[in-house]
Design a protein around this ligand. Structure first.
Ligand SMILES: Cc1cc2nc3c(=O)[nH]c(=O)nc-3n(C[C@H](O)[C@H](O)[C@H](O)COP(=O)(O)OP(=O)(O)OC[C@H]3O[C@@H](n4cnc5c(N)ncnc54)[C@H](O)[C@@H]3O)c2cc1C
Ligand code: SF4
Length: 558
Protein backbone atom coordinates (compact mmCIF):
# COMPACT_ATOMS: atom_id res chain seq x y z
CA UNK A 1 0.00 0.00 0.00
CA UNK A 2 1.31 3.49 -0.81
CA UNK A 3 0.10 6.73 0.70
CA UNK A 4 0.21 10.35 -0.48
CA UNK A 5 -0.07 13.12 2.12
CA UNK A 6 -0.73 16.82 1.53
CA UNK A 7 -2.02 19.60 3.79
CA UNK A 8 -4.17 22.70 3.37
CA UNK A 9 -4.50 25.43 6.00
CA UNK A 10 -7.65 23.84 7.36
CA UNK A 11 -7.66 20.20 6.45
CA UNK A 12 -5.03 17.55 6.21
CA UNK A 13 -5.54 14.89 3.57
CA UNK A 14 -4.03 11.43 3.46
CA UNK A 15 -4.66 9.55 0.29
CA UNK A 16 -4.27 5.84 0.75
CA UNK A 17 -3.92 3.95 -2.48
CA UNK A 18 -4.27 0.22 -2.75
CA UNK A 19 -4.84 -2.00 -5.73
CA UNK A 20 -8.57 -2.53 -5.17
CA UNK A 21 -9.70 0.52 -3.20
CA UNK A 22 -8.86 4.22 -3.00
CA UNK A 23 -10.58 5.79 -0.04
CA UNK A 24 -9.41 9.24 0.90
CA UNK A 25 -8.90 10.04 4.58
CA UNK A 26 -9.72 13.59 5.58
CA UNK A 27 -9.00 14.97 9.03
CA UNK A 28 -10.81 17.91 10.54
CA UNK A 29 -11.44 19.19 14.05
CA UNK A 30 -15.22 19.25 13.85
CA UNK A 31 -17.37 17.22 11.48
CA UNK A 32 -21.05 18.08 11.01
CA UNK A 33 -23.64 15.83 9.41
CA UNK A 34 -26.38 17.86 7.68
CA UNK A 35 -26.35 21.52 6.64
CA UNK A 36 -29.64 22.39 8.33
CA UNK A 37 -30.27 25.43 10.45
CA UNK A 38 -29.32 23.56 13.66
CA UNK A 39 -25.82 22.61 12.50
CA UNK A 40 -25.22 25.96 10.77
CA UNK A 41 -26.18 27.80 13.98
CA UNK A 42 -23.73 25.67 15.99
CA UNK A 43 -20.92 26.34 13.51
CA UNK A 44 -21.65 30.05 13.26
CA UNK A 45 -21.72 30.47 17.03
CA UNK A 46 -18.50 28.49 17.52
CA UNK A 47 -16.48 30.17 14.77
CA UNK A 48 -17.64 33.66 15.70
CA UNK A 49 -16.62 33.08 19.32
CA UNK A 50 -13.19 31.90 18.14
CA UNK A 51 -12.71 35.07 16.09
CA UNK A 52 -9.78 36.34 18.19
CA UNK A 53 -7.95 33.05 18.55
CA UNK A 54 -7.11 29.94 16.56
CA UNK A 55 -10.21 28.59 14.85
CA UNK A 56 -10.98 24.86 14.63
CA UNK A 57 -11.35 23.39 11.14
CA UNK A 58 -15.02 22.62 10.47
CA UNK A 59 -16.37 20.40 7.72
CA UNK A 60 -20.12 20.12 7.03
CA UNK A 61 -21.54 17.23 4.98
CA UNK A 62 -24.85 17.75 3.16
CA UNK A 63 -26.60 15.04 1.14
CA UNK A 64 -28.63 17.49 -0.98
CA UNK A 65 -27.32 18.88 -4.26
CA UNK A 66 -27.06 22.31 -2.61
CA UNK A 67 -27.70 23.80 0.82
CA UNK A 68 -31.44 23.99 1.45
CA UNK A 69 -32.36 21.51 -1.33
CA UNK A 70 -33.78 19.10 1.29
CA UNK A 71 -35.07 21.74 3.70
CA UNK A 72 -38.83 22.29 3.93
CA UNK A 73 -40.77 24.16 6.59
CA UNK A 74 -43.79 26.53 6.97
CA UNK A 75 -42.42 28.89 8.06
CA UNK A 76 -43.17 31.37 10.79
CA UNK A 77 -39.94 31.94 12.65
CA UNK A 78 -39.64 32.85 16.32
CA UNK A 79 -36.69 35.26 16.02
CA UNK A 80 -35.53 35.11 19.66
CA UNK A 81 -32.21 33.23 19.07
CA UNK A 82 -31.13 35.40 16.13
CA UNK A 83 -29.45 37.99 18.39
CA UNK A 84 -27.09 35.26 19.64
CA UNK A 85 -26.07 34.36 16.10
CA UNK A 86 -26.06 37.41 13.84
CA UNK A 87 -24.79 40.98 13.84
CA UNK A 88 -27.43 43.70 13.25
CA UNK A 89 -26.18 43.98 9.62
CA UNK A 90 -26.45 40.22 9.11
CA UNK A 91 -29.94 40.25 10.63
CA UNK A 92 -31.02 43.06 8.31
CA UNK A 93 -29.88 41.02 5.29
CA UNK A 94 -31.87 37.88 6.26
CA UNK A 95 -34.05 36.72 3.35
CA UNK A 96 -37.30 37.18 5.26
CA UNK A 97 -40.72 37.64 3.66
CA UNK A 98 -43.60 39.50 5.34
CA UNK A 99 -44.08 39.98 9.09
CA UNK A 100 -47.10 38.35 10.72
CA UNK A 101 -49.74 41.04 11.38
CA UNK A 102 -52.94 38.98 11.51
CA UNK A 103 -53.37 35.47 12.84
CA UNK A 104 -56.38 33.26 13.38
CA UNK A 105 -57.02 29.78 14.73
CA UNK A 106 -60.07 27.88 13.41
CA UNK A 107 -61.81 24.60 14.10
CA UNK A 108 -63.09 23.10 10.83
CA UNK A 109 -66.01 20.80 10.06
CA UNK A 110 -66.43 19.63 6.43
CA UNK A 111 -68.42 22.75 5.49
CA UNK A 112 -68.01 25.25 8.30
CA UNK A 113 -65.33 26.92 10.37
CA UNK A 114 -65.38 28.29 13.92
CA UNK A 115 -62.80 30.85 14.90
CA UNK A 116 -61.24 30.30 18.32
CA UNK A 117 -61.96 33.66 19.97
CA UNK A 118 -58.65 33.94 21.77
CA UNK A 119 -55.11 32.69 21.11
CA UNK A 120 -53.14 32.01 24.32
CA UNK A 121 -50.03 34.22 24.56
CA UNK A 122 -47.44 31.39 24.20
CA UNK A 123 -49.00 30.45 20.86
CA UNK A 124 -49.11 33.93 19.30
CA UNK A 125 -46.90 34.80 16.33
CA UNK A 126 -47.74 38.45 15.73
CA UNK A 127 -44.60 40.38 14.74
CA UNK A 128 -42.68 37.21 13.78
CA UNK A 129 -41.12 37.02 10.29
CA UNK A 130 -42.30 34.59 7.63
CA UNK A 131 -39.60 32.82 5.65
CA UNK A 132 -38.73 30.07 3.21
CA UNK A 133 -36.42 28.03 5.45
CA UNK A 134 -34.49 26.64 2.46
CA UNK A 135 -33.47 30.26 1.68
CA UNK A 136 -32.59 31.08 5.30
CA UNK A 137 -30.46 27.93 5.42
CA UNK A 138 -28.57 29.00 2.29
CA UNK A 139 -27.94 32.39 3.88
CA UNK A 140 -26.63 30.77 7.08
CA UNK A 141 -24.43 28.52 4.92
CA UNK A 142 -22.80 31.55 3.27
CA UNK A 143 -22.15 33.10 6.69
CA UNK A 144 -20.54 29.87 7.93
CA UNK A 145 -18.30 29.75 4.85
CA UNK A 146 -17.26 33.36 5.50
CA UNK A 147 -16.18 32.24 8.98
CA UNK A 148 -14.02 29.52 7.42
CA UNK A 149 -16.25 26.42 7.49
CA UNK A 150 -16.18 24.09 4.48
CA UNK A 151 -19.51 22.71 3.21
CA UNK A 152 -19.53 19.65 0.95
CA UNK A 153 -22.87 19.21 -0.84
CA UNK A 154 -23.78 15.86 -2.45
CA UNK A 155 -21.80 14.23 0.40
CA UNK A 156 -24.11 11.96 2.43
CA UNK A 157 -22.59 10.55 5.62
CA UNK A 158 -23.58 6.88 5.45
CA UNK A 159 -21.82 5.42 8.46
CA UNK A 160 -20.40 6.66 11.74
CA UNK A 161 -16.85 5.49 12.42
CA UNK A 162 -16.11 4.33 15.94
CA UNK A 163 -12.98 3.32 17.82
CA UNK A 164 -12.84 2.02 21.40
CA UNK A 165 -16.44 3.10 22.01
CA UNK A 166 -15.86 6.63 20.71
CA UNK A 167 -17.32 8.18 17.56
CA UNK A 168 -14.27 9.29 15.55
CA UNK A 169 -15.86 10.43 12.30
CA UNK A 170 -18.02 9.32 9.40
CA UNK A 171 -17.78 7.65 6.02
CA UNK A 172 -19.25 9.38 2.99
CA UNK A 173 -21.30 7.30 0.54
CA UNK A 174 -19.67 6.03 -2.66
CA UNK A 175 -20.67 7.47 -6.03
CA UNK A 176 -20.98 5.50 -9.24
CA UNK A 177 -22.20 2.08 -8.07
CA UNK A 178 -24.73 0.33 -10.31
CA UNK A 179 -28.01 -1.19 -9.11
CA UNK A 180 -26.18 -4.41 -8.19
CA UNK A 181 -23.58 -2.55 -6.15
CA UNK A 182 -20.83 -2.96 -8.77
CA UNK A 183 -18.56 0.00 -9.63
CA UNK A 184 -19.37 1.83 -12.89
CA UNK A 185 -16.74 3.75 -14.88
CA UNK A 186 -17.75 6.86 -12.88
CA UNK A 187 -17.06 5.13 -9.53
CA UNK A 188 -15.68 7.35 -6.74
CA UNK A 189 -15.28 5.88 -3.26
CA UNK A 190 -16.55 8.21 -0.54
CA UNK A 191 -13.87 9.50 1.84
CA UNK A 192 -13.51 8.65 5.51
CA UNK A 193 -13.51 11.76 7.64
CA UNK A 194 -11.97 11.72 11.09
CA UNK A 195 -12.72 14.43 13.65
CA UNK A 196 -12.39 15.29 17.32
CA UNK A 197 -16.17 15.54 17.54
CA UNK A 198 -19.17 14.91 15.26
CA UNK A 199 -22.29 17.12 15.35
CA UNK A 200 -25.34 15.19 14.17
CA UNK A 201 -27.94 17.53 12.66
CA UNK A 202 -29.63 15.22 10.16
CA UNK A 203 -33.14 16.50 10.83
CA UNK A 204 -36.07 14.27 11.85
CA UNK A 205 -35.48 10.50 11.90
CA UNK A 206 -31.87 10.82 10.68
CA UNK A 207 -30.37 7.51 9.60
CA UNK A 208 -27.05 7.75 11.47
CA UNK A 209 -28.61 9.42 14.51
CA UNK A 210 -31.27 6.73 14.87
CA UNK A 211 -28.66 3.98 14.62
CA UNK A 212 -26.48 5.67 17.24
CA UNK A 213 -29.45 6.23 19.57
CA UNK A 214 -30.44 2.56 19.26
CA UNK A 215 -26.91 1.14 19.56
CA UNK A 216 -26.07 3.21 22.64
CA UNK A 217 -29.55 3.12 24.16
CA UNK A 218 -29.61 6.93 24.28
CA UNK A 219 -33.42 6.95 24.35
CA UNK A 220 -33.91 4.01 26.72
CA UNK A 221 -35.52 6.34 29.26
CA UNK A 222 -37.68 8.24 26.72
CA UNK A 223 -41.12 7.86 25.13
CA UNK A 224 -41.01 6.67 21.51
CA UNK A 225 -40.74 9.71 19.22
CA UNK A 226 -44.09 10.92 17.81
CA UNK A 227 -43.71 11.88 14.17
CA UNK A 228 -46.05 13.76 11.85
CA UNK A 229 -45.99 14.09 8.09
CA UNK A 230 -46.17 17.65 6.75
CA UNK A 231 -47.30 18.07 3.13
CA UNK A 232 -46.93 21.52 1.65
CA UNK A 233 -47.63 23.38 -1.58
CA UNK A 234 -46.41 26.86 -2.43
CA UNK A 235 -48.99 28.82 -4.44
CA UNK A 236 -48.50 31.85 -6.62
CA UNK A 237 -51.80 33.79 -6.53
CA UNK A 238 -52.99 37.02 -8.16
CA UNK A 239 -51.57 40.01 -6.20
CA UNK A 240 -53.43 40.53 -2.92
CA UNK A 241 -51.42 42.93 -0.74
CA UNK A 242 -53.60 42.12 2.28
CA UNK A 243 -52.34 38.49 2.16
CA UNK A 244 -48.76 39.33 3.10
CA UNK A 245 -48.33 38.60 6.81
CA UNK A 246 -51.72 36.94 7.32
CA UNK A 247 -51.54 33.46 8.85
CA UNK A 248 -54.15 30.86 9.62
CA UNK A 249 -53.91 27.65 11.66
CA UNK A 250 -56.70 25.08 11.69
CA UNK A 251 -57.62 21.83 13.41
CA UNK A 252 -60.45 19.34 12.88
CA UNK A 253 -61.42 18.60 9.25
CA UNK A 254 -60.01 16.97 7.12
CA UNK A 255 -58.54 14.83 9.92
CA UNK A 256 -60.76 12.60 12.04
CA UNK A 257 -61.18 12.94 15.80
CA UNK A 258 -58.52 10.31 16.56
CA UNK A 259 -55.84 11.91 14.38
CA UNK A 260 -53.63 14.68 15.76
CA UNK A 261 -52.64 17.45 13.39
CA UNK A 262 -53.94 20.43 11.51
CA UNK A 263 -53.48 22.78 8.62
CA UNK A 264 -51.77 26.10 7.97
CA UNK A 265 -52.01 28.87 5.39
CA UNK A 266 -49.25 31.49 5.46
CA UNK A 267 -49.33 34.64 3.31
CA UNK A 268 -45.60 34.99 2.61
CA UNK A 269 -45.95 38.11 0.46
CA UNK A 270 -48.71 39.54 -1.72
CA UNK A 271 -48.44 36.75 -4.33
CA UNK A 272 -47.10 33.70 -2.45
CA UNK A 273 -49.18 31.55 -0.13
CA UNK A 274 -47.84 28.45 1.65
CA UNK A 275 -50.52 25.86 2.43
CA UNK A 276 -49.88 22.68 4.36
CA UNK A 277 -51.41 19.84 6.32
CA UNK A 278 -49.71 18.06 9.22
CA UNK A 279 -50.91 14.49 9.89
CA UNK A 280 -49.63 12.70 12.99
CA UNK A 281 -48.25 9.31 12.03
CA UNK A 282 -49.90 7.42 14.86
CA UNK A 283 -53.18 7.57 12.90
CA UNK A 284 -55.26 4.40 13.12
CA UNK A 285 -57.22 4.33 9.87
CA UNK A 286 -55.22 2.11 7.50
CA UNK A 287 -57.21 3.50 4.55
CA UNK A 288 -56.09 7.09 5.21
CA UNK A 289 -54.05 8.90 2.58
CA UNK A 290 -52.38 12.11 3.89
CA UNK A 291 -52.10 13.49 0.34
CA UNK A 292 -55.81 12.93 -0.30
CA UNK A 293 -56.63 14.69 3.02
CA UNK A 294 -54.43 17.58 1.88
CA UNK A 295 -56.43 17.80 -1.36
CA UNK A 296 -59.67 17.91 0.67
CA UNK A 297 -58.21 20.61 2.89
CA UNK A 298 -57.65 22.92 -0.08
CA UNK A 299 -61.34 22.56 -1.06
CA UNK A 300 -62.68 23.68 2.33
CA UNK A 301 -64.79 26.87 2.06
CA UNK A 302 -62.39 28.69 4.42
CA UNK A 303 -59.23 27.70 2.53
CA UNK A 304 -60.27 27.60 -1.12
CA UNK A 305 -60.84 31.36 -1.59
CA UNK A 306 -57.31 32.04 -0.31
CA UNK A 307 -55.83 29.97 -3.17
CA UNK A 308 -58.32 30.68 -5.94
CA UNK A 309 -56.86 31.93 -9.22
CA UNK A 310 -53.42 30.66 -8.21
CA UNK A 311 -51.12 27.91 -9.39
CA UNK A 312 -48.64 25.71 -7.54
CA UNK A 313 -44.94 26.54 -7.86
CA UNK A 314 -43.55 24.21 -5.20
CA UNK A 315 -44.42 20.90 -3.54
CA UNK A 316 -42.79 18.86 -0.83
CA UNK A 317 -43.21 16.66 2.23
CA UNK A 318 -41.18 16.02 5.35
CA UNK A 319 -41.70 14.53 8.78
CA UNK A 320 -41.33 16.50 11.97
CA UNK A 321 -40.74 15.11 15.46
CA UNK A 322 -43.56 16.13 17.79
CA UNK A 323 -43.01 13.97 20.88
CA UNK A 324 -41.50 16.87 22.81
CA UNK A 325 -39.66 16.76 26.10
CA UNK A 326 -40.39 13.16 27.10
CA UNK A 327 -39.21 11.83 23.71
CA UNK A 328 -35.78 13.48 23.83
CA UNK A 329 -32.77 11.14 23.76
CA UNK A 330 -29.54 11.81 25.64
CA UNK A 331 -27.90 14.55 23.60
CA UNK A 332 -24.26 13.51 23.89
CA UNK A 333 -22.14 10.40 23.71
CA UNK A 334 -18.37 9.85 23.45
CA UNK A 335 -17.31 11.85 20.38
CA UNK A 336 -20.74 13.10 19.22
CA UNK A 337 -23.66 15.37 20.03
CA UNK A 338 -27.15 15.71 18.53
CA UNK A 339 -28.83 19.02 17.57
CA UNK A 340 -32.16 20.20 16.10
CA UNK A 341 -34.89 17.92 14.75
CA UNK A 342 -32.47 14.98 14.89
CA UNK A 343 -32.90 15.16 18.67
CA UNK A 344 -36.62 16.02 18.46
CA UNK A 345 -36.67 19.75 19.25
CA UNK A 346 -40.09 20.78 17.93
CA UNK A 347 -42.85 22.53 19.87
CA UNK A 348 -45.84 20.86 18.19
CA UNK A 349 -48.42 23.10 19.88
CA UNK A 350 -46.87 26.14 18.17
CA UNK A 351 -45.76 24.20 15.04
CA UNK A 352 -42.32 25.68 15.56
CA UNK A 353 -38.92 24.04 15.66
CA UNK A 354 -36.58 26.45 13.89
CA UNK A 355 -35.90 28.56 16.97
CA UNK A 356 -35.22 25.48 19.13
CA UNK A 357 -32.93 24.09 16.41
CA UNK A 358 -31.08 27.43 16.57
CA UNK A 359 -31.09 27.36 20.39
CA UNK A 360 -29.56 23.88 20.34
CA UNK A 361 -26.98 25.16 17.84
CA UNK A 362 -26.05 28.11 20.07
CA UNK A 363 -25.69 25.85 23.14
CA UNK A 364 -23.65 23.28 21.16
CA UNK A 365 -21.45 26.07 19.73
CA UNK A 366 -20.76 27.42 23.23
CA UNK A 367 -19.97 23.96 24.62
CA UNK A 368 -17.59 23.26 21.73
CA UNK A 369 -15.92 26.64 22.20
CA UNK A 370 -15.09 25.66 25.80
CA UNK A 371 -13.98 22.18 24.67
CA UNK A 372 -11.76 23.66 21.94
CA UNK A 373 -10.06 26.09 24.34
CA UNK A 374 -9.33 23.29 26.81
CA UNK A 375 -8.59 20.77 24.04
CA UNK A 376 -10.93 18.44 25.89
CA UNK A 377 -13.58 16.70 23.77
CA UNK A 378 -14.44 14.03 26.34
CA UNK A 379 -18.09 13.20 27.02
CA UNK A 380 -17.85 15.20 30.26
CA UNK A 381 -16.82 18.27 28.22
CA UNK A 382 -19.59 17.70 25.64
CA UNK A 383 -22.12 17.44 28.48
CA UNK A 384 -21.86 21.23 28.83
CA UNK A 385 -24.12 21.30 25.75
CA UNK A 386 -27.31 19.99 27.46
CA UNK A 387 -26.44 22.04 30.56
CA UNK A 388 -26.33 25.25 28.50
CA UNK A 389 -29.38 24.28 26.46
CA UNK A 390 -31.50 23.86 29.60
CA UNK A 391 -31.06 27.57 30.28
CA UNK A 392 -32.49 28.61 26.91
CA UNK A 393 -36.09 29.48 26.20
CA UNK A 394 -36.67 26.75 23.55
CA UNK A 395 -35.89 24.05 26.12
CA UNK A 396 -38.17 25.70 28.69
CA UNK A 397 -41.03 25.73 26.15
CA UNK A 398 -40.64 21.98 25.65
CA UNK A 399 -40.61 21.41 29.41
CA UNK A 400 -43.81 23.44 29.89
CA UNK A 401 -45.63 21.37 27.20
CA UNK A 402 -44.06 18.08 28.25
CA UNK A 403 -47.25 15.99 28.36
CA UNK A 404 -49.20 17.65 25.57
CA UNK A 405 -48.41 15.39 22.61
CA UNK A 406 -48.79 12.13 24.56
CA UNK A 407 -52.18 13.30 25.88
CA UNK A 408 -53.56 13.27 22.30
CA UNK A 409 -52.96 9.50 22.22
CA UNK A 410 -56.02 9.34 24.50
CA UNK A 411 -58.21 11.26 22.00
CA UNK A 412 -58.69 14.83 20.80
CA UNK A 413 -60.77 16.03 23.77
CA UNK A 414 -58.34 14.77 26.45
CA UNK A 415 -55.56 16.24 24.31
CA UNK A 416 -57.18 19.67 24.09
CA UNK A 417 -57.90 19.60 27.82
CA UNK A 418 -54.28 18.70 28.60
CA UNK A 419 -53.04 21.46 26.27
CA UNK A 420 -55.21 24.02 28.08
CA UNK A 421 -54.06 22.77 31.50
CA UNK A 422 -50.41 22.84 30.40
CA UNK A 423 -50.69 26.40 29.14
CA UNK A 424 -52.49 27.71 32.23
CA UNK A 425 -50.33 25.88 34.80
CA UNK A 426 -47.01 26.34 32.99
CA UNK A 427 -46.78 22.56 32.48
CA UNK A 428 -47.58 21.54 36.06
CA UNK A 429 -50.67 19.65 34.87
CA UNK A 430 -51.22 16.93 33.75
CA UNK A 431 -49.16 15.46 36.58
CA UNK A 432 -46.43 12.86 36.05
CA UNK A 433 -45.39 11.54 32.69
CA UNK A 434 -47.84 10.24 30.09
CA UNK A 435 -46.55 7.33 28.03
CA UNK A 436 -47.17 6.56 24.36
CA UNK A 437 -46.75 3.78 21.79
CA UNK A 438 -44.55 3.91 18.68
CA UNK A 439 -46.38 5.37 15.67
CA UNK A 440 -46.36 2.16 13.61
CA UNK A 441 -48.29 0.30 16.32
CA UNK A 442 -51.28 2.62 15.96
CA UNK A 443 -52.60 1.22 12.67
CA UNK A 444 -55.77 -0.88 12.82
CA UNK A 445 -56.73 -3.51 10.23
CA UNK A 446 -58.57 -2.13 7.21
CA UNK A 447 -62.33 -2.59 7.68
CA UNK A 448 -63.66 -0.71 4.64
CA UNK A 449 -62.28 0.24 1.24
CA UNK A 450 -59.38 2.75 1.31
CA UNK A 451 -60.41 6.34 0.69
CA UNK A 452 -60.88 7.50 -2.88
CA UNK A 453 -60.17 10.84 -4.51
CA UNK A 454 -63.08 13.17 -3.65
CA UNK A 455 -62.30 16.12 -5.88
CA UNK A 456 -60.85 14.67 -9.04
CA UNK A 457 -60.11 17.27 -11.75
CA UNK A 458 -61.33 20.15 -9.55
CA UNK A 459 -59.33 23.39 -9.64
CA UNK A 460 -56.44 23.55 -7.12
CA UNK A 461 -56.22 19.74 -7.17
CA UNK A 462 -53.12 17.94 -8.35
CA UNK A 463 -52.37 14.27 -8.26
CA UNK A 464 -49.13 13.19 -6.62
CA UNK A 465 -47.18 12.84 -9.85
CA UNK A 466 -48.04 16.40 -10.99
CA UNK A 467 -47.14 17.63 -7.52
CA UNK A 468 -43.84 15.74 -7.60
CA UNK A 469 -42.82 17.58 -10.74
CA UNK A 470 -42.77 20.76 -8.63
CA UNK A 471 -40.55 19.23 -5.93
CA UNK A 472 -37.53 18.99 -8.23
CA UNK A 473 -36.87 15.47 -6.95
CA UNK A 474 -34.48 13.29 -8.91
CA UNK A 475 -32.17 10.33 -8.30
CA UNK A 476 -29.62 8.49 -10.40
CA UNK A 477 -31.66 5.46 -11.49
CA UNK A 478 -28.78 2.99 -11.83
CA UNK A 479 -27.68 2.78 -8.19
CA UNK A 480 -28.32 0.33 -5.34
CA UNK A 481 -31.93 0.75 -4.13
CA UNK A 482 -32.13 3.14 -1.19
CA UNK A 483 -35.54 1.76 -0.18
CA UNK A 484 -35.41 -1.86 0.81
CA UNK A 485 -38.38 -4.08 1.64
CA UNK A 486 -36.75 -6.36 4.18
CA UNK A 487 -39.11 -9.34 4.01
CA UNK A 488 -41.58 -9.88 1.15
CA UNK A 489 -43.42 -12.45 3.27
CA UNK A 490 -44.46 -9.64 5.65
CA UNK A 491 -45.91 -7.75 2.64
CA UNK A 492 -48.04 -10.79 1.86
CA UNK A 493 -49.48 -10.56 5.39
CA UNK A 494 -49.83 -6.77 5.26
CA UNK A 495 -51.79 -6.58 1.99
CA UNK A 496 -54.93 -8.47 3.19
CA UNK A 497 -54.71 -7.04 6.74
CA UNK A 498 -53.97 -3.34 6.16
CA UNK A 499 -54.53 -3.03 2.40
CA UNK A 500 -50.91 -2.04 1.59
CA UNK A 501 -50.87 1.29 3.51
CA UNK A 502 -47.49 2.23 1.97
CA UNK A 503 -49.33 2.91 -1.29
CA UNK A 504 -51.29 5.65 0.55
CA UNK A 505 -48.99 7.15 3.20
CA UNK A 506 -46.13 7.84 0.79
CA UNK A 507 -46.57 11.42 -0.54
CA UNK A 508 -44.50 10.58 -3.62
CA UNK A 509 -46.28 7.47 -4.90
CA UNK A 510 -43.12 5.41 -4.56
CA UNK A 511 -45.01 2.24 -3.58
CA UNK A 512 -47.54 0.69 -5.94
CA UNK A 513 -49.70 -2.41 -5.88
CA UNK A 514 -50.53 -3.03 -9.54
CA UNK A 515 -53.92 -4.69 -9.95
CA UNK A 516 -53.67 -8.45 -9.80
CA UNK A 517 -49.92 -8.37 -9.09
CA UNK A 518 -50.16 -9.23 -5.37
CA UNK A 519 -46.68 -7.75 -4.92
CA UNK A 520 -45.55 -4.19 -4.06
CA UNK A 521 -43.45 -2.48 -6.73
CA UNK A 522 -41.32 0.61 -6.09
CA UNK A 523 -40.24 3.80 -7.86
CA UNK A 524 -37.37 4.98 -5.57
CA UNK A 525 -36.43 7.81 -7.95
CA UNK A 526 -39.61 9.67 -6.82
CA UNK A 527 -38.60 9.65 -3.15
CA UNK A 528 -38.82 12.97 -1.25
CA UNK A 529 -36.72 11.70 1.69
CA UNK A 530 -39.63 12.35 4.07
CA UNK A 531 -39.03 9.04 6.00
CA UNK A 532 -42.75 8.29 6.49
CA UNK A 533 -42.37 4.74 5.18
CA UNK A 534 -39.65 3.96 7.71
CA UNK A 535 -41.82 5.25 10.54
CA UNK A 536 -45.35 4.13 9.63
CA UNK A 537 -44.94 0.70 8.06
CA UNK A 538 -46.92 -1.53 10.48
CA UNK A 539 -44.40 -4.39 10.16
CA UNK A 540 -41.31 -2.10 10.32
CA UNK A 541 -40.42 -3.76 7.05
CA UNK A 542 -38.95 -0.83 5.09
CA UNK A 543 -35.32 0.14 5.45
CA UNK A 544 -34.54 3.70 4.30
CA UNK A 545 -30.89 4.02 3.29
CA UNK A 546 -28.95 7.04 2.10
CA UNK A 547 -28.92 7.23 -1.71
CA UNK A 548 -26.06 8.56 -3.81
CA UNK A 549 -25.19 12.18 -2.97
CA UNK A 550 -27.28 14.85 -4.69
CA UNK A 551 -30.35 12.59 -5.05
CA UNK A 552 -33.68 13.71 -3.59
CA UNK A 553 -35.75 16.87 -3.73
CA UNK A 554 -34.55 20.19 -5.09
CA UNK A 555 -36.60 22.53 -2.89
CA UNK A 556 -36.53 26.22 -3.73
CA UNK A 557 -38.33 28.74 -1.51
CA UNK A 558 -39.76 25.95 0.67
C1 LIG B 1 -44.44 21.14 6.99
C2 LIG B 1 -43.59 21.74 8.08
C3 LIG B 1 -43.89 23.01 8.55
C4 LIG B 1 -43.10 23.57 9.56
N1 LIG B 1 -43.38 24.86 9.96
C5 LIG B 1 -42.58 25.46 10.86
C6 LIG B 1 -42.78 26.83 11.19
O1 LIG B 1 -43.66 27.51 10.65
N2 LIG B 1 -41.95 27.39 12.13
C7 LIG B 1 -40.95 26.67 12.74
O2 LIG B 1 -40.24 27.23 13.59
N3 LIG B 1 -40.74 25.36 12.44
C8 LIG B 1 -41.51 24.74 11.51
N4 LIG B 1 -41.27 23.43 11.16
C9 LIG B 1 -40.15 22.70 11.83
C10 LIG B 1 -38.78 23.14 11.29
O3 LIG B 1 -38.79 23.12 9.88
C11 LIG B 1 -37.67 22.23 11.81
O4 LIG B 1 -37.73 22.21 13.21
C12 LIG B 1 -36.29 22.67 11.34
O5 LIG B 1 -36.19 22.62 9.95
C13 LIG B 1 -35.20 21.79 11.97
O6 LIG B 1 -33.93 22.12 11.45
P1 LIG B 1 -32.74 21.04 11.44
O7 LIG B 1 -31.52 21.77 11.03
O8 LIG B 1 -32.72 20.32 12.74
O9 LIG B 1 -33.13 19.94 10.36
P2 LIG B 1 -33.41 20.04 8.80
O10 LIG B 1 -33.97 21.36 8.42
O11 LIG B 1 -34.23 18.84 8.47
O12 LIG B 1 -31.97 19.89 8.11
C14 LIG B 1 -31.27 18.66 8.12
C15 LIG B 1 -30.27 18.64 6.97
O13 LIG B 1 -29.43 17.49 7.10
C16 LIG B 1 -29.26 16.86 5.83
N5 LIG B 1 -28.93 15.44 6.08
C17 LIG B 1 -29.72 14.52 6.70
N6 LIG B 1 -29.06 13.35 6.82
C18 LIG B 1 -27.83 13.53 6.27
C19 LIG B 1 -26.70 12.68 6.12
N7 LIG B 1 -26.68 11.44 6.61
N8 LIG B 1 -25.61 13.17 5.47
C20 LIG B 1 -25.60 14.46 5.01
N9 LIG B 1 -26.65 15.30 5.14
C21 LIG B 1 -27.75 14.85 5.78
C22 LIG B 1 -30.60 17.10 5.14
O14 LIG B 1 -30.46 16.97 3.74
C23 LIG B 1 -30.92 18.54 5.59
O15 LIG B 1 -30.34 19.48 4.73
C24 LIG B 1 -42.03 22.83 10.15
C25 LIG B 1 -41.73 21.55 9.67
C26 LIG B 1 -42.50 21.00 8.64
C27 LIG B 1 -42.14 19.64 8.12
S1 SF4 C 1 -40.51 6.44 -0.20
FE1 SF4 C 1 -40.65 6.81 1.99
S2 SF4 C 1 -39.23 8.49 2.36
FE2 SF4 C 1 -39.58 8.43 0.16
S3 SF4 C 1 -41.26 9.90 -0.16
FE3 SF4 C 1 -42.20 7.87 0.10
S4 SF4 C 1 -42.69 7.71 2.27
FE4 SF4 C 1 -41.25 9.43 2.01
Amino acid sequence: MSSVVFCSSLLCYDLYLSTDMQRELIETDILCVGAGVAVLSAVLRLLKRCADGKKPSVLILEKGRRIGAHVLSGAVLDPEPLDDLLTPEEKAALPFKATVHTEAFHYLTPWRSFRVPWTPAPMRSEGFPLAALSEVTQYFGRLCEKQGAEIYCEFPAVELLEENGRVIGARVGDKGLDRNGRPKSSYEPGPEIHAKVVILGEGACGVLTQKLIAARRLAAHANPQAYALGIKELFEVPPRPENAGRILHTFGYPLDRRTYGGGFVYGLDDIHVAVGLITALDYRNAGLSPHERFRRYKMHPLIRPLLEGGHVVGYGAKVLPEGGYYSLPELTTEGALIVGDAAGFVNSVRLKGIHIAMDSGVAAGDALYEAWNKNDFSKAALDRYPQLLRQRSGWKQLWRKRNVRASFDYGTLPGLLATGLSIFTGGLLPLGRLHRRPDHEGLQPLRKAPEQLLFQDAPLQFDILSDLYRSGTQHEEDQPGHLVILDREKCRRCIPLYGAPCTRFCPAEVYKLPEGAGEISMEPANCLHCKTCKIKDPFENIDWRLPEGGGGPGYVEM
